[in-house]
Ligand binder design. Structure first.
Ligand SMILES: CC(C)(COP(=O)(O)OP(=O)(O)OC[C@H]1O[C@@H](n2cnc3c(N)ncnc32)[C@H](O)[C@@H]1OP(=O)(O)O)[C@@H](O)C(=O)NCCC(=O)NCCS
Length: 181
């Protein structure tokens, strides 16, 4: 399996993976989200990676720009959304490798903080911690029972603790329907 950046010509493959991974119920919303984010100027710079096996796209991950209100220092931040792996290829480490390669590339490009709203049993395996308790408010309120689903990871040691505030994401992601766990 190889991981590489996606290009415009990969759009159909990307959307196919989202559709199959998220299924009939959530798939259409996620396809709309990804389609929108890939051309949203407020999402830039973004990082869109594909997992490819024998020329077949089996996974996709997207990180888009985020910013932190109240932060006196200019901190470069990103949000991971969404991550998708074809059902047949799940539980073989593909999602994990997409996350790790994404974090590596973001770190190289100077991103200091990465946020995710996702499964609280999955993302901590890749270094994410509950973000609310660390001073980071989500773009929309997260109900208490799902508080641990809002997570953060620092790519520059020491950033957590030195900044706090509300996270403002790209316009296309900044809609309440994308902030329900
Ligand atoms: C979530 C998803 C991306 C994980 O990708 P993957 O390639 O299967 O993940 P990995 O192989 O890296 O990790 C698999 C492990 O994570 C666990 N895992 C997978 N999905 C999980 C979830 N939703 N919650 C908790 N753990 C999960 C698996 O049980 C497995 O555990 P094990 O190693 O103890 O057997 C994939 O299942 C998927 O596309 N799901 C549908 C779309 C989705 O929910 N995306 C996430 C949006 S936040």
């Amino acid at each position: 399996m190889k991981i590489r950046k996606s290009t415009e010509s990969d759009l159909k493959d990307v959307l196919d993976v989202e559709t199959q991974a998220f299924g009939n119920e959530k798939g259409p919303e996620i396809v709309g989200l990804v389609n929108g984010l890939l051309i949203d100027p407020t999402a830039m710079p973004l990082l869109s990676l594909l997992a490819v096996n024998d020329d077949k796209t089996i996974g996709h991950i997207l990180f888009t720009k985020a910013r932190i209100t109240d932060s006196k220092e200019s901190i470069s931040a990103a949000i991971l959304a969404p991550l998708a792996v074809l059902p047949d290829a799940q539980c073989q480490g593909v999602g994990g490798q997409l996350i790790e390669e994404g974090l590596r590339l973001l770190s190289e490009s100077g991103v200091a903080l990465v946020f995710v709203l996702g499964h609280p049993d999955y993302y901590p395996r890749h270094g994410f911690k509950p973000a609310g308790a660390l001073g980071f408010e989500a773009s929309y309120p997260i109900p208490n029972e799902h508080a641990n689903a809002w997570m953060v990871q620092e790519l520059r040691p020491g950033v957590i603790g030195s900044v706090s505030g509300k996270i403002i994401c790209a316009d296309v992601l900044n809609q309440p329907e994308h902030w329900r766990e």
